[in-house]
Design a protein around this ligand. Structure first.
Ligand SMILES: NC(=O)c1ccc[n+]([C@@H]2O[C@H](COP(=O)([O-])OP(=O)(O)OC[C@H]3O[C@@H](n4cnc5c(N)ncnc54)[C@H](OP(=O)(O)O)[C@@H]3O)[C@@H](O)[C@H]2O)c1
Length: 247
């Protein structure tokens, strides 16, 4: 899969409760979401990151994308966000059902990447849950092209690199604990998606954005940095900063 260096995170398309952004926000209306999607495509972004736990994100993408076009779609399993609260289910049945529901909601017959949305105890998910084997079976059935985990620990991230195709890891100017995971992925030719690269919005101006991008893209193994935004000015600024950094 050829992914753009920047991916578009879509939490803010669908969820504004229990999120850790610096300021509260209203969900964008359909026109605003369509504008952001069109602008992202115009600027060369081809990857969308979504999840059932991102509130209305998937429903809105399914409705507004009018077919998946040629987006690379990353989705997740395991976290359920209902009535303002998260809970987790990593069972075989729930994993399969979640992917089947996402396919229906997104009006497509395959997802490019499906990640296990970790609750924090990554290794326990590998040892005691069936989500990993469910994703392997879904890949065999052709419903997903690649599997992985959005992990939260170094040990978990290393296990993802050993056993699965894609790791989603946190990496930013104030948190570099997971760099060994990125190195391991680079060594083994596995894909790395970066989350929270802009510290969930705690960055100052273009210089802050650029410094964040510089830090992320100088690490080994980074396939794409997923940045969430519903602001077209920020989207343009982010793409410009990546171009400055990558040349
Ligand atoms: N799997 C997981 O466990 C997990 C967890 C967290 C995130 N994610 C994924 O990763 C994506 C990114 O993570 P994130 O949203 O937590 O963090 P992030 O991308 O570091 O930060 C997003 C925040 O930064 C702001 N922002 C974006 N561009 C900006 C700019 N140029 N200048 C100033 N502020 C800017 C956005 O606000 P504006 O809308 O105002 O631009 C938004 O509030 C998410 O959308 C999601 O897809 C996954």
């Amino acid at each position: 899969m050829q992914v753009s260096p920047l991916g578009l995170g879509t939490v803010k398309f669908g969820r504004n409760q229990q999120v850790k952004y610096p300021t509260a926000f209203e969900l964008p209306d359909d026109k605003q979401v369509l504008n952001i999607l069109a602008l992202a495509r115009d600027l060369g972004i081809n990857l969308l990151d979504t999840a059932p736990a991102y509130g209305l994100s998937q429903q809105r993408l399914g409705k507004l994308l009018s077919g998946r076009q040629d987006w690379i779609i990353v989705s997740k399993v395991g976290e359920i966000f209902e009535n303002g609260q998260s809970r987790f289910d990593f069972s075989y049945q729930h994993t399969v059902q979640t992917v089947e529901n996402s396919l229906k909601t997104l009006k497509t017959d395959y997802l490019d990447v499906v990640l296990i949305h970790s609750h924090g105890d990554d290794l326990q998910i590998f040892a005691q849950e069936e989500a990993v084997s469910a994703l392997m079976d879904l890949k065999q059935r052709g419903l997903i092209r690649a599997h992985g985990m959005s992990s939260k620990t170094v040990e978990g991230g290393l296990k993802v690199v050993d056993d699965l195709d894609v790791v989603m890891a946190t990496c930013n100017l104030s948190y570099n604990d997971e760099l060994p995971v990125l190195q391991a992925a680079a060594d083994k030719g596995k894909a790395v998606l970066i989350k929270k690269g802009l510290q969930s919005g705690h960055v100052e101006g273009h210089d802050g954005v650029r410094a964040s991008m510089q830090f992320v893209f100088e690490q080994p193994g980074v396939s794409s940095m997923i940045v969430g935004t519903i602001n077209p000015v920020h989207l343009r600024d982010n793409v410009a900063a990546v171009e400055e950094v990558l040349g």
